[in-house]
Design a protein around this ligand. Structure first.
Ligand code: ADP
Ligand code: ASP
Ligand code: MG
Length: 415
């Protein structure tokens, strides 16, 4: 008998039929004798629908009210799933984040979990019930509802698994597991049996939304066995392994991640003097805007260009901040380009393989794709390119590094 935390994402609970299918799946685990804690997301599209309503009401809704609004999506699915289980004769009890007492900090819309009181869940499990918890939400010290950022139900699940010391945390989604890249962009992307925690962390932080980055961080910190699987099809999915596989030589590249909604700002012709980078970036981060890639380039004439990227949604605000301080920066020009994206190669094997960067640049050159920014770290290389080339770049890199599933054609046309 095991204690398993299972999370079902938006598409997996996207309709009454889908919720019924999830309930069926859960009854199978119960019949096996396992204790099950379920975390659910809102029905697919619901969080976006609620966000659009808020934006219809006001341009910059207050984060506190945003959380009150967005948390309702998950409250719908916990109740419906419990009904589906009760209908089948299984005991089930739903809890909102606040009812469990998933205590977070006060940062509305991007709160971090501080502590989870698992007493109520344990009592309910002892009574033989399936416990169904609303993902993505918590409560702060003063009782205000908070949310954990988009995709946050993954984090709720892993945090609960850590608090309950569950045997496994299973993230059920609409693909079979973690692939070499988004299977919606590259058809023959290969399903990975396992991926190292370090690589998953990097892929998640570079845009692969299959797992929220904080969920991966939690799994690493509290050593939670984590698996991504399909709620639609059978299969063992992908294990996020906490130990590096030392028996085999690592492939150079584990996967490719990308981020579409990036924007690039260039502040050109500023004086090349100490403190200039701080003068440009300081006011942007003081405004709570997350700056991603930064490059600085000094020219022979003593001037300096500073280029950086931010989320596209924050780019107008960033540009306005820079325009306001333009006088003090002594800049020649401040340019905003909203049509860029970032594509990244990730792999722990990069440490021991040379020539990865040049192979990447050649693959992009062969497709006539101009690289605007390059950044590297020990296990990743990222490039910023024009957004219209995103799919082309990802496919070209996927095949240049031989990441495709050799069985793909066979699966499509079984003999
Ligand atoms: P859920 O609603 O279940 O949380 P998400 O939409 O948040 O699901 O995440 C699953 C999606 O992540 C997949 O449908 C897929 O398009 C996308 N994705 C991006 N990169 C990858 C990857 N490397 N492997 C698997 N899925 C990926
Ligand atoms: N419903 C939230 C979202 O769409 C949280 C989640 O699904 O993980 O981002
Ligand atoms: Mg998700």
């Amino acid at each position: 008998m095991a204690l398993v935390v299972q999370k079902y994402g938006g598409t997996s609970v996207g309709s009454i039929e889908r919720i019924e299918a999830v309930a069926e799946k859960i009854t199978g685990f119960r019949d096996n004798g396992d204790d099950i804690v379920v975390v659910v997301s809102a029905m697919s599209g619901e969080t976006n629908r609620l966000t659009a309503l808020a934006l219809e009401m006001m341009q910059q809704p207050t984060p506190r009210e945003m959380d009150v609004l967005l948390s309702t999506g998950e409250q719908v699915t916990i109740a419906l799933l419990c009904m589906a289980l009760e209908k089948r004769g299984y005991g089930a009890r739903s809890f909102t984040g606040g009812q469990v007492r998933i205590l977070t900090d006060e940062s509305h819309t991007k709160a971090r979990i501080r502590e989870i009181d698992s007493t109520r869940i344990r009592t309910q499990l002892e009574q033989g019930d399936v416990v169904v918890v609303a993902g993505f939400q918590g409560v702060d010290e003063s009782g205000n509802i908070t949310t954990l950022g988009r995709g946050g139900s993954d984090t709720t699940a892993v945090a609960l698994a850590a608090a309950l010391q569950a045997d496994e945390c299973q993230i059920y989604t609409d693909v079979k597991g973690v692939y070499t890249t988004d299977p919606r962009v590259v058809e023959d992307a290969k399903l990975l049996d396992s991926i190292t925690f370090e690589e998953m962390l990097e892929l998640a932080s570079l845009g692969a939304k299959v797992l929220q980055i904080r969920a991966v961080e939690f799994a690493g910190k509290y050593k939670v066995p984590l698996r991504v699987l399909s709620s639609f099809e059978a299969g063992s999915g992908t294990l996020i392994s906490l130990e590096e596989d030392t028996d085999m030589e690592d492939p150079a590249i584990a996967g490719i991640a990308f981020e579409r909604d990036e924007a690039k700002l260039t502040v050109s012709g500023v004086p090349d003097v100490p403190g200039i980078a701080y003068k440009v970036i300081g006011p942007v981060s003081d405004a709570g805007i997350e700056v991603d890639v930064i490059v600085q380039n000094a020219a022979a004439d003593g001037s300096n260009d500073i280029t950086f990227t931010v989320k596209r949604a924050e780019s107008d605000r960033t540009k306005a901040i820079l325009d306001e301080i333009a006088g003090t920066l002594d800049a020649r020009e401040i340019v905003l380009d909203k049509k860029v994206c970032k594509v990244s190669l990730v792999g722990v094997g990069m440490r021991s393989h040379a020539g990865i960067a040049s192979k990447m640049f050649k693959a992009l050159a062969d497709e006539n794709i101009n690289i605007e920014i390059i950044t590297t770290s020990e296990i990743k290389i990222s490039v910023v390119i024009e957004e219209k080339y995103l799919e082309l770049a990802v496919r070209a890199l996927h095949s240049a590094f031989d990441l495709g599933d050799p069985d793909y054609e066979k699966d499509q046309n079984p003999a």
